[in-house]
Design a binder for this molecule. Structure first.
Ligand code: ADP
Ligand code: MG
Length: 257
């Protein structure tokens, strides 16, 4: 799956005024890539993801999946937000099965997929629970399983671990990398957390703010099977520092301008 953004701009109207949220963003996400986009709050990260998800349309520019322009949401793109996207009245397994109701699958295939993704996300034991009976981390696992069950070409993650405590967040980082390796899915994730971006990504793109635009990018030369010990290596500290410098530099240029 190749996802391509070409010179994408997005303007919002705020009280009659035009506000540019994204300015000339061009990006290619290659098959099996785990691309992390980092940027300060307000740099247009959520705007970028909702454009790719097809929830909003660009003011100008083009977004394509496998060469096909995006015209709206579709099962080829699975989306996970920070919080609050589950149906409170549905059990875990029925939340996960929800995505499949829109696909023409027979009952056996439906059941196979739900079982597989519940197991993959460590939810088999709580499959009949309601969201409110789960911890924050478990609720995000459900959101991830629900996005994955459609076997999308690309998984879109908008700060999915932002509301979790540090321990749970690290568990979830390991989980999402394991899923990425097991399923071969392409991932586009946005986060303000540089450490998270460097730990998860095969490549990191830095967004500058006001208007949101691509300021820099860097490859992450860490092993595909990296674990949490990677965070304690000198090479990780160096990568993290250099991305933090890029974020800081893109910010400073704005302040001076
Ligand atoms: P991030 O996710 O990086 O915090 P957003 O994409 O949410 O950034 O927002 C980028 C900019 O666009 C911000 O200045 C924000 O106020 C503005 N913005 C986002 N959504 C809307 C909207 N629906 N209407 C008007 N302005 C918006
Ligand atoms: Mg956001």
């Amino acid at each position: 799956m190749t996802l391509e953004l070409v010179d994408v701009c997005k303007d919002y109207r705020v009280r009659g005024q035009r506000k540019r949220a994204l300015d000339g963003v061009s990006l290619t996400v290659s098959p099996r890539e785990f691309l992390c986009v980092v940027g300060a709050s307000g740099s247009g990260k959520s705007t970028l993801l909702s454009l790719v998800a097809g929830l909003t349309t660009p003011t100008s520019g083009e977004i394509t999946v496998e060469g096909r322009p995006i015209t709206g949401p579709g099962p080829d793109r699975g989306l996970v937000f920070q919080t609050g996207s589950l149906y409170p009245w549905r059990t875990v397994e029925r939340n996960v099965a929800f995505g499949l109701e829109l696909l023409a699958l027979d009952t056996a295939e439906r059941r196979r997929r739900v079982d597989w993704y519940l197991a993959e996300t460590g939810l088999a034991a709580v499959r009949r629970s309601l969201p409110r009976q789960l911890s924050g981390g478990q609720q995000q696992r459900v959101a991830i399983a629900r996005a994955l069950v459609c076997e999308p070409d690309v998984l879109l993650l908008d700060e999915p671990f932002g509301a979790l405590d540090v321990q749970t967040k690290e568990d979830m980082q390991l989980l999402i990398r394991q899923i990425w390796r097991d399923t071969g899915t392409t991932v586009l994730m946005v986060t303000h957390d540089v450490e998270e971006a460097v730990f998860l990504g095969t490549r990191v793109v830095v967004l500058a703010s006001d208007p949101g635009r691509v300021a820099a990018e860097t490859r992450i030369p860490l092993a595909d099977d990296r674990d949490l010990t990677a965070k304690r290596t000198p090479v990780f500290h160096e990568l993290r520092a250099s991305v933090e410098d890029l974020v800081r530099a893109s910010h400073r240029r704005e302040v001076i301008r």
